[in-house]
Design a protein around this ligand. Structure first.
Ligand SMILES: [Fe+2]
Length: 405
């Protein structure tokens, strides 16, 4: 590059059109995989934290970078619309020559966010599938890097074997399979079972660190499709289920992953009972009464990437508006109401699912006559670890305040 001062154009010569000249350079140099910069920097996100109204935030800015960027949008999946497809999958499986679980490994549908062009994800970090297991179905034992969970919708039936521990599923249970743990699922009851799978798959896909192994060489039963049960149902609960008491004689790392919870099975009945005991507390104006599912050994989130919580909204309760840099995914376990997201109104009832992308104002309203129970999953821990977690709320008079500056 020349450091000599630029000569003024010779008298009479027309100045060149720099933009056109640069684009010609681009056409010339394209095969070399370089790009002459011809546009100002175009971040996909406008400043989200300015007070520009309740429906602001989350817009894609124009420009080369923004053009390739996609943003998740708020969305709700109504159970009464999507649920019947599970019955139809189950029906096909019962009558098929080869059932879908054989050629697709799972009988499920995945949720796709309308803003993400058909990608199998609901936010930039979260994938969600809804699965049905017919009696006798088995998902063979395997291990992988994504962290995963199951939120059980069926009243009972179905199980996950996790590092040799059998976890029997009931409605409202949260069963975790952290990264680096051997697990298999199945249904040995007499009726189909349904649950919601949540994974940090898109994040790991983006980072190119996904692997999966299904060659189980541990103690296996029969054809090694399922691992042998070495721990009874309730083992991890026996170790960690007494609040504030931590066993001193076991390793709190289970599997080969790091910073994940050693308790795999959180029981819905206990979550409800704990929330019920707290229902006369004032709670948080932005989140009502919440309980986080945490790693009992550290108090940290159950996965390094995702945080899980149960949220109780009492009859008639309305939370204040809140927005943050994390995205949150919800499943409605009980009750009915609506969530306002960036000016849009999403009503919900039992088993409905909805997603609140980052930066958008949201508030929840329980319009029913009974308690509403929401389970949520957010990527708050990831945002915290990379130094990007911030949150704002709106006070009763409408002023914006920093909740996490
Ligand atoms: Fe898995």
């Amino acid at each position: 590059m020349s450091l000599v001062a630029k000569e003024p154009p010779a008298t009479g010569a027309a100045p060149i059109n720099a933009r056109e000249a640069m684009e010609r350079l681009n056409a010339d140099a394209g095969p070399l995989h370089i790009w002459m910069r011809t546009q100002a920097n175009a971040p996909a996100q406008r400043p989200w934290f300015r007070d520009t109204g309740l429906d602001a935030g989350g817009q894609v800015a124009p420009g080369r970078v923004g053009a390739a960027q996609m943003k998740p949008v708020p969305h709700r999946w109504r159970w009464r619309e999507i649920g019947p497809y599970l019955d139809r999958i189950g029906e096909i499986a019962r009558n098929a020559d080869v059932s879908p679980i054989e050629f697709a490994e799972r009988q499920q549908f995945l949720l796709t966010n309308p803003g993400l062009g058909g990608r199998l994800q609901v936010t930039s970090t979260i994938r969600c599938a809804v699965s049905i297991y017919n009696p006798g179905d088995i998902a063979p034992v395997h291990i992988h890097t994504p962290n995963a969970s199951r939120t059980i919708l069926s009243e009972q039936g179905g199980y996950t074997n996790f590092e040799g521990e059998r976890c029997e599923a009931k409605r409202g249970d949260l069963i975790l399979t952290p990264n680096g743990t051997w697990h298999d699922h199945g249904n040995d009851s007499s009726a189909p079972v349904v649950w919601i799978d949540v994974l940090d798959f898109p994040l790991l896909e983006f980072l190119d660190i996904i692997w999966l192994d299904d060659e189980f060489h541990g103690e296996a039963e029969g054809n090694s499709r399922a691992q042998a049960v070495r721990r009874d149902n309730g083992y991890s609960h026996k170790l960690y289920g007494s609040g504030g008491l931590l066993p001193g004689f076991v390793s709190h790392q289970r599997g080969i992953g790091h910073d994940t919870t050693p308790i795999f099975h959180y029981r819905g009945a206990e979550v409800r009972a704990a929330l019920h005991d707290l229902r006369r507390e004032p709670g948080d104006p932005y989140e009502a009464i919440t309980l986080r599912f945490v790693n009992p050994a550290t108090g940290a989130s159950v996965f390094p990437t995702l945080d899980y919580a149960a949220q109780l909204l009492r009859a008639g309760e309305e939370t204040r508006f809140k927005r943050d840099t994390a995205s949150t995914f919800y499943v409605v376990l009980d009750g009915s109401g609506y969530t306002e997201i960036a000016g849009q109104h999403f009503d919900w009832e039992r088993n409905d699912i909805f997603v609140v992308p980052n930066f958008l104002w949201r508030r929840h309203v329980n319009t029913g006559k009974t308690d509403a129970l929401l389970y949520s999953v957010s990527d708050v821990p990831l945002m915290q670890k990379i130094g990007q977690y911030r949150a704002q709320g709106r006070l009763g008079d409408g002023r914006v305040t920093d909740l996490v500056a």
